[in-house]
Ligand binder design. Structure first.
Ligand code: DOR
Length: 449
């Protein structure tokens, strides 16, 4: 009789249906062995070192958060790879792709390898790193983007936290011509940001954040990017899309552009969030009003959106309490992503299978993942187990990020991660990390172009 390391019984499993590519939910057993999913079936007759009955729970492919800022090296007073991935795992995330706006920025092979060295043996989730595209490293980008465990090249078109910035079309075009993988881009038009900065300074309240960084600031950058993507035939991934106008536009660009949204842009709304939370709700690109939020939801449901990430961007409460606009943009998000989205599932706004597409199939396709993001025989045994019926309050004291807070403090949500399996072993269960530091570097098929 077959012997598994871990046998998960009677779970509602979200996986591709045999008749096609679409996802469905079926009550099945999963046999895990040597870090992989070895067997899937109803009532598997097998022996196992450990058997768990998951009746009543749902098993999703390990949730991938493809946009996080872990602040190491250089800004460890906000977060580091250990604390950042601890929060992610407690929130039900099994892999994170980390952004290059650290100090120093990740723009050289040495800086990238230094991150891999620091991550080895310290991360609680799997991990990969983006490399920043800048005017100084264009010549090296084609080589850099195919380094093992590199998630791709990231470009900031508008300035945010850190010094990475590609302001000019000529530089952006050179970056798009260097290499072949999909380039991921923060789209805010720097020229318009500079022109309008006085609006934030004179207003001096976070409610002016979306006035300064308005929808045209986002749209202009996205349109400039897409014109260059077409000119160079380079696929792009537009991060954290916030505006109705961008979604209308991007819907017509799906042959070359993939699209990300964040839970906070689907959950919070201006001006209420700024009146209630002040600078705690400040992030780039900003949270906008209900018209935009509704359009983002439509795009999630009609297939325009490919990926959901957290943009986990921790800053300390002390830093956030500076007077606007000196206050830094961003807030922690990995730990709350899954429960916020499951709450939307429970509210009837989002099918569970669509959520799984956005954190599994989507990242798999957009970034070229070799063996993650899908429950299938042979895939890595990374799983997120959730209790769709569990109701609980999100609280600051639950947040493991060094920043120690969340803008969702006090919010009651229904649908919670209760377990995470990493490489076939139970890494997190009911708020406890059972297998610390078990994250491994992620491999990409597109890294072998
Ligand atoms: O709000 C943000 N914070 N947006 C970004 O683009 C960067 C991030 C950060 O690193 O703090």
């Amino acid at each position: 009789m077959e012997h598994f390391d871990l046998l998960l019984k009677n779970a509602h499993v979200v996986l591709p249906l045999p008749q096609g590519e679409s996802l469905g939910v079926q009550q099945l057993d999963l046999g895990l062995k040597d870090g992989r999913i070895a067997a899937i079936g109803p009532r598997l007759a097998a022996e196992a070192t450990e058997i768990l009955d998951l009746t009543g729970l749902h098993v999703l492919p390990g949730v991938i958060d493809s946009q996080v800022h872990m602040r190491e090296p250089g800004l460890e007073h906000k977060e580091d790879l250990e604390t950042g991935t601890r929060g992610a795992l407690l929130g039900g995330i099994t892999s994170v792709f980390e952004m290059p706006n650290t100090n120093p920025s990740t723009t050289t092979r040495a800086a990238f390898e230094e991150k891999l060295r620091r991550a080895a043996g310290r991360c609680h989730t799997n991990y990969a790193f983006f490399i920043g595209g800048s005017p100084d490293n264009v010549e090296q980008l084609a080589e850099l983007e195919i380094q093992p465990h590199c998630a791709g090249i990231k470009v900031f078109m508008g300035s945010s936290t850190g010094t990475l910035l590609v302001e000019e079309d000529v530089t952006l075009e050179r970056i798009l011509r260097a290499g072949r993988r999909r380039v991921i881009v923060h789209c805010e038009d720097e020229a318009r940001l500079k022109e309008r900065k006085h609006l934030a300074v004179e207003g001096a309240h976070a409610r002016f954040h979306p006035v300064w960084r308005d929808e045209l600031t986002a749209l202009r950058a996205t349109q400039r990017l897409l014109a260059l993507a077409r000119k160079t035939s380079r696929p792009v991934h537009v991060l954290h899309v916030t505006s109705a106008e961008e979604m209308d536009f991007l819907k017509t660009q799906k042959d070359i552009a993939t699209v990300e949204v964040l839970p906070q842009h689907l959950t919070l709304e201006a001006p209420e969030c700024y009146e209630r939370l002040g600078t705690l709700a400040q992030m780039n690109p900003p949270i906008r009003d209900g018209r935009h939020r509704e359009r983002l939801w439509k795009a999630v449901l009609d297939g325009t959106v490919d990926v959901l990430g957290s943009d986990h961007a921790p800053h300390t409460l002390e830093e956030k309490s500076k007077t606007y606009p000196q206050s830094p943009s961003g807030f922690p998000g990995t730990q709350t992503l899954v429960t916020l989205m499951l709450d939307h599932v429970n509210a009837g706004r989002l099918p569970l299978t669509r959520f799984v597409e956005l954190v599994g199939e989507g990242p798999r396709r957009v970034f070229g993942l070799e063996s993650k993001g899908r429950i299938a025989v042979g895939a890595d045994a990374d799983l997120t187990v959730v209790d769709l019926k569990k109701t609980r309050r999100i609280e600051n004291k639950w947040i493991a990020s060094r920043a120690g807070w969340t803008p969702f403090d006090g919010l009651r949500t229904t649908g919670w991660p209760v377990m995470a399996v990493l490489g076939g072993r139970i890494a997190m269960r009911e708020d406890e990390i059972l297998l610390p530091h078990s994250g491994k570097a992620v491999d990409f098929t597109s890294g072998r172009l």
